[in-house]
Design a protein around this ligand. Sequence first.
Ligand code: MRU
Length: 366
Amino acid sequence: MKLNGEQRRTIWPSADARSVRIIDQTKLPHALEIVELRTVDDAARAIKTMQVRGAPLIGATAAYGLALALRGDATDAGLVNAVAHLAEQRPTAINLKWALGIVRDGVAALPPHQRAARALDIAAEICDEDVENCRLIGMHGRELIRAIADKKRGGAVNILTHCNAGWLACVDWGTATSPIYHAHDAGIAVHVFVDETRPRNQGAALTAFELGQHGVAHTLIVDNAGGHLMQHGEVDIVITGADRVTAEGDAANKIGTYLKALAAHDNGIPFYVAMPSSTIDWTLGDGSTIPIEDRGADEVLYVHGLRENGSLGRVLIAPPNTPACNPSFDVTPARLITGLITERGVAPASRDGLLSLYPERARQRA
Ligand code: MRU
């Protein structure tokens, strides 16, 4: 990722490996603040308060958080408690539990005094793997964009994305944005419609920020504009990320994704979900069983931003104490998804499609 022209990642260990550093995403795009996580509680809080967010980055932070926990208490009980504490911070993105499982399984058989160092190495490996997987997603997705560009013969390919499934949601590159960055870097003209993504506005605050940093043409739209733009031929392809994809290809992503998929379907516009295999929950078939996070009424009642006096803060946009509900994710059924873009290639959103890319999962099931 490019941040003020510099190549950076979203999470990295300190030089003495006693802490981990993150970008505080609650302050973006108005302030770039680096936060140091020294304890498992720091890591848990960063996930809960969304200083870090996005499925792969939540997983990476949890992995480092477990390593920090084991520096203090590397007993079997310490390991179990830290995994449980970190896992409960956010319910929908499966990457959180996936990453914790990898670290736990990688250290459980070791004597306690070796566990923290090994956990730190595994967390670094999880990060490296995420960077490579997101890069590969970008290479595969770029070809979908190139095919549209070739057909259009002139003019930019118009891509609509929802929420932030960019490098800020991962360790680098992003999932939905990686095809966009790779297409842009390959000289394919692209333009991105960025949904604001109420209530937390990750599209406005984060996706618009990172596309700008990379020099990709983009336009911010209100969440309700996507269907209208699709009806008027302004959108060539929709690409979103996912927080959990079931073995049958149903995809949970930020609230509002389902409505974009419906509009894309009605208008014959390809709708792709980009995600690494760490986002697949092979234990679930039907997406209606995915736990949906409820983040509380305040996020609906208040909007955060930069005030005209230059201070960061929030403003109330409804009568005080208005009842509000805030489901944070929805599930797009596989039938509305044109394809899944993974690190191993593009597949139909179905069990057969996923198994064609991950045949080892069929063997495990048999
Ligand atoms: O609530 P958030 O900001 O963690 O939600 C993020 C999303 O919904 C992303 O689209 C998803 O995690 C994909 S991340 C590459």
